[in-house]
Design a protein around this ligand. Structure first.
Ligand code: AMP
Length: 286
């Protein structure tokens, strides 16, 4: 496994990998956990070479967010990725990605605007721009993202389709299921910020989501189920619920009722002890 930090070395390294067949790219911010490694496993099914990027992208962090404290552990991440069978780590520094004079941004309207887009202004512009750059730098045949960040996946699919990306083509943006801890909490690099007490309370999040999904799935009132969900989280020790909504799985438009055969998602963000957790799950009519 190679670790590349300069763009001029990346091109040659990727060209060598291309001789093996299809290249998969998995963009990450490092601080890797089993969720990230499950993306590697998914990529292995559809490619012959795997590139993982590790870059804590400053432009997707807002004022007062955790850019400075975000965990950085390249050596440990590299050991995990090597053991998982990854071929190349692309780990540029900030100056290599945003040199002096950098002036271009990508903004995806619609799917970027509600939910996390509303509570984290500018976040998805930062995500779309860095992912477009990574796609142009690596030119992968396919790219794997976690369904954990459902809105991010929708933004990237829209961007690659709208801008006619060919490598990867919009059809080759693959979503992989969310990997969870034993108690159901979605794995996240930010879970390590939680105190022992808050970590225990955080298990209420997937539990309360499942209860809301069960209520909505048997035809229960959506607003009432979401009210119960918010109240349950606040009772469990969450400080705030940024949003909790039933949305169309593709457009992310809010839904007030569940329609048979129409894919829907329960999606939410909530804060506990200063840590912002996000999650989403499929909702189907029983
Ligand atoms: P991050 O490093 O948090 O930016 O995440 C990098 C990629 O890993 C994104 O595509 C995430 O959606 C994905 N990811 C993060 N957590 C999980 C998880 N628990 N299960 C599956 N994928 C995940």
């Amino acid at each position: 496994m190679q670790i590349v930090k300069q763009l001029e070395n990346l091109r040659q390294a990727v060209d060598e990998l291309r001789t093996r067949g299809k290249i998969a790219l998995i963009p990450t911010m490092g601080a890797l956990h089993e969720g990230h490694l499950s993306l590697v496993q998914r990529a292995q099914k559809s490619s012959q070479a795997i590139v993982v990027s590790i870059f804590v992208n400053p432009t997707q962090f807002g004022e007062g967010e955790d850019l400075d404290s975000y965990p950085r552990q390249l050596e440990k991440d590299a050991a995990l990725l090597e053991a998982a069978g990854v071929d190349l780590i692309w780990a540029p520094d900030v100056a290599a990605i945003y040199p002096d004079g950098f002036a271009t941004g990508i903004s995806v309207s619609g799917v970027s605007e509600g939910l996390c887009g509303a509570s984290r202004p500018g976040h998805f512009d930062g995500v779309a721009t860095i992912v477009a750059k990574l796609f142009n730098q690596v030119r992968p045949d396919l790219a794997v993202f976690g369904e954990k960040d459902w809105q991010q996946l929708a933004v990237i699919r829209t961007m690659t389709r709208d801008l006619d990306f060919t490598l990867p083509h919009a059809d080759q943006i693959i979503g992989a299921p969310t990997k969870r801890e034993g108690d159901g909490l979605a794995m996240s690099s930010r879970n390590r910020y939680l105190s022992i007490e808050d970590r225990a309370s955080a298990a209420a999040l997937p539990r309360a989501m499942k209860a809301a999904i069960a209520a909505i799935g048997i035809g229960g009132n959506v607003d009432a189920a979401l009210d119960v969900l918010r109240a349950t989280l606040l009772n469990a020790g969450f400080n705030t619920v940024d949003y909790a909504e039933l949305v169309d799985a593709q457009s992310l438009e809010p839904l007030t009722t569940l329609i048979a055969q129409h894919p829907a998602r329960l999606i939410l963000a909530a804060r506990i002890g200063g840590t912002r957790l996000i999650d989403n799950m499929a909702v189907t009519l029983k």
